[in-house]
Design a protein around this ligand. Structure first.
Ligand code: ADE
Length: 233
């Protein structure tokens, strides 16, 4: 299954950016996923190619016009049905289960990246855009959020990462933060690798890792810990 991605942005030159490197870049070259980048400004109709205007009701900043954004969305949606994701701090917060759901979806995805104070609400409603946020902080635009989400989604596509077992064992798949990792040398600047990891006892290693994962989760993420302890008691 090829994952078809379209980005609607005022800054098309930002893409593929980081997504063109490393494992995702190789997967793009192999057509495991495809990328179309559409410049929203192309759909402005006046001679200054205006895409935004001041907001009704007053307040700072500029808002992207619904007519311009609508034409940009139409140009993509007319070709085929797709899921429209709008990146905004007002959205539901992105997390690993949503990454998994998106990776398993056969629909193409369109990422609508806002800038300035946002996008006129009417065009978002008209197209039933799904508002998605990266978290409780404000970026200058949706582009980095779209890239981050795509990184999390595309790495789950079969064939993108060589060793698929490494996908399952990591942070959040069990509702815990990940245990710590070590490699050679066995001793570095007076610090030793924990003995149990050198013991070859797979059961003891698994038990140690679980204990470490639980301890770090309890300390750093009371929210995850509460959910996890309910499920395991
Ligand atoms: N655009 C600006 N801030 C954002 C955030 N936190 N998440 C997603 N898109 C954004």
């Amino acid at each position: 299954m090829v994952h078809k991605i379209t980005i609607l942005t005022l800054f098309p030159e930002m893409f593929p950016g980081p997504l063109g490197h490393s494992l995702l870049g190789k997967a793009l070259d192999k057509n495991l996923w495809t990328l179309d980048v559409v410049d929203i400004r192309k759909f402005a109709e006046d001679k200054h190619q205006t895409v935004d205007d001041t907001c009704f009701g007053g307040g700072p900043g500029m808002v992207l016009r619904p007519d311009v954004v609508d034409k940009a969305i139409s140009s993509v949606m007319e070709k085929e049905k797709a899921r429209l994701i709008h990146l905004t701090p007002r959205g539901r917060v992105f997390h690993q289960p949503l990454a998994r759901e998106m990776a398993d979806s056969s629909l193409p995805f369109v990422f609508l990246c806002g800038r300035y104070e946002g996008i006129d609400q009417r065009v978002l409603e008209a197209w039933q855009a799904e508002d998605v946020s990266l978290g409780d902080f404000v970026l200058t635009g949706g582009e980095l959020a779209a890239m981050t989400i795509l990184d999390a989604v595309l790495r789950l596509i079969p064939g993108v990462i060589g060793d698929e077992t490494s996908l399952e064992d990591e942070s959040f798949s069990r509702g815990l933060l990940e245990y710590p990792q070590y490699t050679r040398p066995r001793e570095w600047q007076g610090r030793d690798v924990p003995d149990v990891l050198l013991s070859g006892h797979h059961k003891e290693i698994a038990a140690w890792r679980l204990k470490e994962a639980e301890a770090i989760t309890r300390e750093r993420r009371p929210d995850l810990w509460e959910k996890y302890s309910h499920q395991h008691n």
